[in-house]
Design a protein around this ligand. Structure first.
Ligand code: PMP
Length: 427
């Protein structure tokens, strides 16, 4: 049993000593003390089914024994050296990661977060092309440092950042967008931005395959191939932000971009690739990677042996336990159940996503798509009381984000649906 500080004490300390900007989803925040696969446990030993996976950060399951063992064994040997010396952990993981990539995407740079990975990717694109202009999608999220906050396109997440050379294109959002599911029509906006907002040449284009923070928005079919074409004609590089959609989560493919039939020039990742340990990565081609030899480039903790040993163990577990297949099979099953729930509850406006990257948008009016903001909080709190944790997001904060660890089962899905059904019925 847990005998540490209780929720009230932690809450008081957090209010006094931690950032005033921290927020929490629940009226009574939980004190989570243990995690095991798809379950979390609070201070009283109460078990919760985790359908949020720490924002898609846990992919193999909380404290997966193989990943923990790899991390602990490495920590006992050497936690940190420097990339100035040789260590097998970083080299082995880079090789394994490159083997999961299509085309000529074979060179890996390690970072400590998704933000850092995207900052590096944007810089590489600018160096390689000699251009400055970057195009990103409205409603996208790419990080919280200067450059990545610039390409992030939601006012909720933007501070007073100077975003020179950034253009935000129409979001190919099938539910709320002006052109429905016609991807090519949205892509024309990318063409227009290049023609009317730049010299005609650009450094690159960055987007998620399915927007995570933005509320699990699947880009309209045909959009990415069309946008990549347009950007490449203008000399730009295409960057795929796989921080949420990557690492087997969408089920049908290992990487989210593969579901759109494109091959990017640069791929970034973080979150799930470490199953909870901080790590990020940028993967690109040998030719593009050369730009970083123009100056010294160094990242103190990027690729440290503990994080890379953990990351490598994650790839092995995904393979061994066939978790991509599980994400496909169980994720499709769960989506089907969510669609049935949509028929029963009028407040559900849209069900979308792939594999274990699913979204349920609540609206009070189907015609006007009025965000059901207060209602979603009620449902979330009620679901927590019944033992299920789910995320929320989207620009209006009215979309359930269902991103469980990839070991989530059909039984878990049934339980999840029962609980969501009860909570929606009690509204
Ligand atoms: N890209 C995407 C798609 C993300 O969802 C996030 C985090 N929510 C980031 C980048 C930034 O990652 P980090 O928080 O590790 O910096």
């Amino acid at each position: 049993p847990y005998e540490g500080p209780r929720a009230e004490e932690i809450f008081r300390k957090r209010a006094q000593f931690l950032s005033p900007s921290l927020f929490h989803f629940y009226d009574c925040p939980l004190n989570i003390v243990d995690g095991k696969m798809q379950y979390l446990f609070d201070e009283d030993g109460r078990r919760y089914l985790d359908a949020f996976g720490g924002i898609a950060t846990v992919c193999c399951g909380h404290c997966h024994p193989d990943v923990v063992e790899a991390i602990v064994n490495q920590a006992k040997r050497i936690q940190h050296s420097t990339v100035l010396y040789l260590n097998h952990a970083i080299a082995d993981f880079a090789e394994a990661l490159a083997s999961k990539m299509p085309g000529d995407l074979k060179v890996v740079f390690f970072t400590n977060s998704g933000t850092e990975a995207n900052e590096l990717a944007l810089m590489i694109a600018r160096l390689y092309t000699g251009c400055n202009d970057i195009i990103s999608l409205r409603n996208g999220y790419h990080g919280n440092a200067a450059g990545t906050m610039g390409v992030t396109a939601q006012s909720n997440w933007k501070f007073n950042v100077v975003q020179t050379g950034v253009h935000h294109a129409l979001n190919p959002d099938p539910y709320r967008g002006a052109f429905g599911s016609d991807g090519e029509k949205y892509a024309r906006d990318v063409q227009e931005i290049i023609e009317f907002g730049t010299t005609g040449r650009v450094a690159g284009f960055i987007s998620e395959a399915i927007q995570g923070v933005g509320g699990i928005v699947e880009l309209a079919p045909g959009y990415l191939p069309a946008a990549y074409n347009i950007v490449r004609k203008a000399g730009g590089l295409c960057i795929a932000d796989e921080v949420q959609a990557g690492v087997a989560r969408t089920g049908s493919h290992f990487w989210g971009f593969e579901g759109h039939g494109v091959i990017p020039d640069i791929v970034t990742m973080a979150k799930g690739i470490g199953n909870g340990i901080p790590i990020g990565a940028v993967v690109t081609t040998p030719e593009i990677a050369q730009v970083l030899t123009r100056r010294s480039y160094f990242n103190t903790f990027g690729g440290n042996p503990v994080s890379t040993a953990g990351g490598h163990a994650v790839l092995k577990v995904l393979e061994k336990e066939k978790l991509q297949e599980n994400a496909f099979v169980v994720g499709s099953y769960l989506k089907e159940l969510l669609n049935k729930l949509k028929e029963k509850h009028d407040i559900i406006g849209d069900v979308r996503g792939k594999g274990f990257l699913l979204g349920v948008e609540l609206v009070t009016d189907h015609e006007k798509k009025t965000p059901a903001k207060a209602e979603i909080s009620h449902v979330m709190n009620h679901m927590k009381d019944l033992g299920v944790l789910v995320g929320k997001g989207g620009f209006y904060g009215n979309v359930f984000r269902i991103t469980p660890p990839l070991c989530f089962t059909k039984e878990d899905s049934d339980f999840f649906i029962d609980v969501m059904d009860i909570a929606l019925s009690k509204l």
